[in-house]
Design a protein. Structure first.
Length: 262
């Protein structure tokens, strides 16, 4: 039975549209996790990363997406960004804004999705920090989120509870009048929920309590976003001369890396 010319044309058009749609879906563009100038950002549960996928699921989801190349940008703190940073920088801070730099960098989230995040570090540390996050991206090592601490009005507790990876924040060390290394832009906290600060029975953030006593030796369980001795995170920071708070003796700050080791 012959097919009318109009019907054949319709079938051919549908087939063409299906092919175009498949090609468009083959590469997933990176999503942004950084604050825009308007302050609008994706809504996510602050503790969503605590229900992270298993290592196998994470590997499968990453492998199913053709990842874009890592990208990073570095720029000075301009007037608009200066206004946004009013919670983390103020008169009396040990480092002027002219010595800080704003980074936007690629990372892979807990679902294996490529994203773009933001943080501020000291100008002398930008090259090394970018190298570290390039290695983590290439290793598909997951980061929950990466936003300026100003998103949490400079409150370190809120930033940690949101599992936020962050850099500069002009604040003293908790319980002291001594400036934190974050005040100099020479420290980064990475996935605080999976890598909490632990001293005695105190765990910060509280959301990280179930991760407080896990085995973090080189032979320990490989859980998504958890930092272990001699893993890709520790090795990458060590290459740029930064120390890990997980090696401290009187307390353990598993999320913390700094240029001074403090």
């Amino acid at each position: 039975m012959s097919v009318p010319r109009r019907a054949r044309a319709r079938v051919q058009l549908v087939a063409l549209l299906l092919l175009v749609g498949a090609a468009a879906c083959s590469v997933a563009p990176p999503r942004t996790d950084a604050e825009s100038d308007s302050g609008v950002e994706p809504r996510r549960s602050p503790t969503s990363a605590s229900a992270a996928p298993t290592p196998r699921r994470l590997q499968e989801s990453s492998a199913s997406v053709e990842m874009p190349d890592f990208s990073a940008s570095v720029r000075r703190i301009g007037p608009r960004l200066r206004e946004r940073m009013r919670y983390t920088h103020r008169a009396g801070c040990p480092v002027p804004l002219r010595d800080l730099r704003y980074l936007r960098m690629s990372f892979v989230d807990f679902g294996g999705t490529p994203r773009t995040g933001a943080m501020v570090v000291h100008a002398t540390q930008t090259r090394g920090v970018v190298r570290v996050f390039r290695r983590l991206y290439d290793a598909r090592w997951p980061v929950a989120r990466m936003r300026l601490v100003d998103r949490y009005q400079g409150d370190d507790d809120r930033s940690m509870a949101a599992n936020n990876t962050s850099g500069f924040n002009c604040r003293p060390v908790a319980g002291t009048d001594r400036w934190s290394e974050h005040s100099y832009g020479r420290a980064i906290d990475l996935n605080p929920v999976q890598n909490p600060y632990v001293v005695g029975s105190t765990v910060a953030p509280e959301e990280g309590r179930r991760y407080a006593r896990i085995d973090r030796s080189a032979d320990g369980s490989r859980l998504p976003g958890v930092i272990r001795a001699d893993d890709v995170v520790v090795r990458s920071f060590a290459r740029i001369g930064w120390g890990w708070g997980g090696t401290w003796s009187s307390s353990k700050d598993y999320q913390h890396f700094s240029a001074s080791g403090r």
